[in-house]
Design a protein around this ligand. Structure first.
Ligand code: G1P
Length: 297
């Protein structure tokens, strides 16, 4: 069975939910504490064994390319100042093997993934969505979300969708999955999928949350997929068709997931990532406790 070594990260969207911040800055470059959201995603991919990353970029996304490039002037200054830690940090992001393709028209997530067809060269691949951050404490031996999916793929083959249950009132924000339970309920064999259903039409509350292992058979299906929800070419619609011809699994992965495409989700991620930081956590916790008496009565 082919090993999963390639991943695609769609990052062409306008990020309108974060205007005006995203007028000239890609939303993927907005930092959680001091690291751009896309770097967390790239690090998860690398920690899961991915070797080649394709970013689907678009208009006004140059900052992403600069971020994963070398920065000779900055490196020289840091070197002269003897700031070795910062220098290592800056160089580390330049060493990552990242490729880019531009999506010229915003036709939806399905169309963005279709842009990766040639790069994937007939191999199964991973997709990571930048709005979904998943925290797992790898120092304590917890596996990154994508690695959990790769392990399922290695055992069962086919395609694997990273899922979690979401509150019922949130189903209309996600691709919702239904299927037959296998192995004690954490794994489903997908029989149907629906993109952002109305609350009363959702078959389950199991949502696809931004991590996928996908068979290359998806590409001809994406080519045939007509615009669906919101007038966009939906990955969910093509995955539903894929499930009719090949096994598609939905795996409920472990980890704290944050929707950083949403303002409240972004704030929650910022606070919780800061609280977990060795260099900031204690001081930040004291500050939050102070706020508790100042603002929350
Ligand atoms: C996309 C997918 C959806 C998925 C979601 C996860 O939607 O279309 O199926 O559940 O990501 O975050 P978006 O949030 O980009 O509209």
């Amino acid at each position: 069975m082919a090993k999963i070594t390639k991943a695609v990260i769609p990052a062409a969207g306008f990020g309108t939910r974060f205007l005006p911040a995203t007028k000239a800055t890609p939303k993927e470059m907005l930092p959680i504490v001091d690291k751009p959201t896309i770097q967390y995603i790239v690090e998860e991919a690398l920690a899961s064994g991915i070797e080649e990353i394709l970013i689907i970029s678009g208009h006004a996304k140059r900052a992403i390319e600069d971020h994963f490039d070398s920065a000779p002037n900055l490196e020289r200054v840091l070197e002269e100042q003897g700031k070795d830690d910062l220098l290592a940090m800056v160089r580390e992001t330049a060493d990552i093997n990242v490729h880019y393709i531009r999506q010229k028209k915003m036709r939806g997530l399905g169309d963005a993934v279709l842009c990766a067809k040639t790069f994937m060269a007939g191999e199964p691949f991973a997709v990571l969505l930048g709005d979904d951050l998943v925290y797992n404490d790898t120092k304590k031996g917890e596996k990154p979300a994508l690695k959990q999916l790769i392990d399922i793929y290695d055992a069962y083959g086919g395609s694997v969708l990273g899922c979690q249950q979401v509150p019922h009132e949130k189903v209309s924000s996600y691709g919702i999955v239904s299927g037959k339970e296998i192995a004690g309920g954490k794994l489903l064999k997908v029989t149907d999928m629906v993109e952002k259903p109305d609350l009363n039409e959702a078959p389950t509350n199991v949502a696809a949350l931004g991590r996928y292992i996908i068979s290359p058979s998806i590409f001809p299906l994406l080519e045939q997929t007509k615009p669906g929800k919101g007038g966009e070419i939906q990955l969910t619609d093509a995955l539903k068709q894929l499930a009719k011809i090949e096994p598609v699994w939905a795996y409920c992965f472990e980890g704290q997931r944050y929707d950083v495409g949403d303002k409240l989700g972004f704030l929650k991620a910022t606070v919780e990532y800061a609280l977990r930081r060795e260099d900031l956590g204690e001081k930040f916790k004291a500050y939050i406790q102070e706020l508790n008496t100042k603002f929350i009565r």
